[in-house]
Design a protein around this ligand. Structure first.
Ligand code: UDP
Length: 417
């Protein structure tokens, strides 16, 4: 067994407020044909980042409807996570110095993990992202046959224009899967043999501590406890410290805004995921870029920023920013839209699935556009109500957990023999 993540079942009843009766009926029908089926989800970290965020809710929901779902986290060394971060960056299009030694580190870790995996126990195995992508290949090599269950690779990143040397190494591992899941059509790499593909966007959990309503008093108290002035407006970006999330660009945009609106503050909050060794380095770069500006607050889970704090920041902020330059989805965008806080997102990847420009938020291509929309929004906050309502409804209809649960059950049913 890999590292199990213990989670309790959660009843669908808890989602009655955010789900139509027809959706509930569809889910229950699908669940009947999957009763007691064993599902294993494997990823690289139990904490930090969107995949962990989703599995924390999806697994309990699957259990709540009678599917025997488990979540196990793979084992990895620091060297391995340095390699997989390079893979992650390369698959999103960054050129990296890819070496045979890196291939060896990746491969050895696949072998070490497969030794511990009880793959025969499961009807469906869902493998998330590149870190464990080679497990199936390794299983087949070790046993000389396929495992009994159906294997699905779930890709959460934008692989539309990958750096070829790394893609040439990683994508052959995917060929033998029974299915691959991407967030959107654009992300499917062209010219490579792939298994049958499903498109499933990630979703947020509206009843989680991250998203439920807290009340202004609580929001203000939490903001205040971090030294942020709750009576002055602030911009926030909630993101891992990662080049693709462009925290430096957010600081540049804030500086332009500050010239026009001197009372503005900026909060950059990011959890440090255990599979993201680049995070510490990029946090340090971000701190240097902030130049001790007392109105910039750079916070991490080390300061006690957890789900409730993120919730309060997203609710109390004047504007939520997600200025990514590549983005698989960006759950933080839907989280802000759900809360009816105005949101400005990078005009890339999965953010474009969520924001319709000038209707449910703003899509921006550069720092200047980000700053301009911040200023416009800050000067017209009372006009944002309509946009907030449209944004909330868009998330309710497309990106809440019950939709994700239904999509996964549908895929499992379609793969059953
Ligand atoms: N997040 C958090 N605390 C932080 C930073 C991020 O809880 O300090 C959460 C954030 O609210 C979101 C997830 O981590 O739910 C990040 O997912 P997203 O899809 O935005 O980005 P990823 O990290 O997967 O690239």
């Amino acid at each position: 067994m890999l590292e199990p993540v213990p989670l309790k079942p959660r009843s669908l009843d808890r989602y009655m407020q955010v789900m139509t009766p027809a959706a509930r009926e569809r889910i229950e029908t699908l669940a009947k044909s999957l009763h007691n089926k064993r599902v294993l989800q494997i990823n690289a970290t139990a904490y930090g980042g969107g995949v962990a965020e989703i599995l924390t809710t999806l697994i309990p929901m699957m259990r709540g409807i009678g599917v025997d779902a488990q979540w196990e986290v793979m084992y990895g060394t620091d060297d391995f996570y340095n390699v997989t971060k390079a893979i992650h960056n390369s698959l999103q299009g960054m050129e990296t110095a890819w070496t045979p030694q890196m291939e060896e580190i990746y491969y050895d870790q696949q072998i070490a993990n497969i030794e511990r995996l009880e793959a025969e126990e499961y009807d469906f195995v869902v493998v998330h992202d590149p870190q464990p992508a080679g497990f199936l290949d390794q299983y087949i090599k070790k046993h000389g046959h396929r495992p009994p269950g159906k294997w699905i690779w779930r890709c959460h990143i934008d692989t539309s224009r990958p750096f070829a040397p790394v893609a040439d190494y990683v994508f052959p591992f995917i060929e033998n899967y029974d299915a691959a899941v991407f967030t959107m059509q654009d992300f499917i790499p062209t010219g490579r043999p792939l298994p049958p593909i499903s498109l499933i966007p990630p979703c947020i959990d509206p009843i989680s501590l991250k998203n439920l309503s807290l009340g202004d008093e609580v929001n203000h108290a939490i903001v205040d406890s971090y030294g942020i002035d709750p009576n002055r407006p602030f911009l926030v970006q909630i993101s891992r410290f990662d080049p693709w999330k462009d925290p430096l660009g957010v600081i540049d945009a804030y500086r332009i805004v500050k010239k026009e609106i001197p009372e503005i503050q900026l909060v950059l909050a990011g959890s440090m995921a255990s599979d993201d060794p680049e995070g510490m380095h990029y946090l340090a770069r971000t701190e240097t870029h902030a130049q001790d500006d007392p109105d910039i607050f750079i916070l991490t889970n080390a300061h006690g920023v957890g789900a409730i704090e993120v919730n309060a920041f997203q609710r109390a902020a004047a504007v939520v920013i997600q200025k990514s330059t590549r983005e698989g989805f960006g759950l933080t965008v839907s989280e802000a839209m759900w809360k009816q806080t105005p949101v400005i997102g990078g005009n890339v990847g999965g953010i474009r699935l969520q924001i319709e420009h000038e209707k449910t938020g703003y899509l921006v291509d550069d720092v200047d556009a980000c700053a301009k929309h911040c200023i416009d929004l800050l000067k017209n906050l009372d006009q944002c109500k309509k946009m907030g309502e449209l944004a909330h409804n868009h998330v309710r209809e497309n990106f809440t957990m019950t939709a994700l649960l239904e999509n996964w059950l549908q895929l499992f049913v379609s793969l059953q023999d």
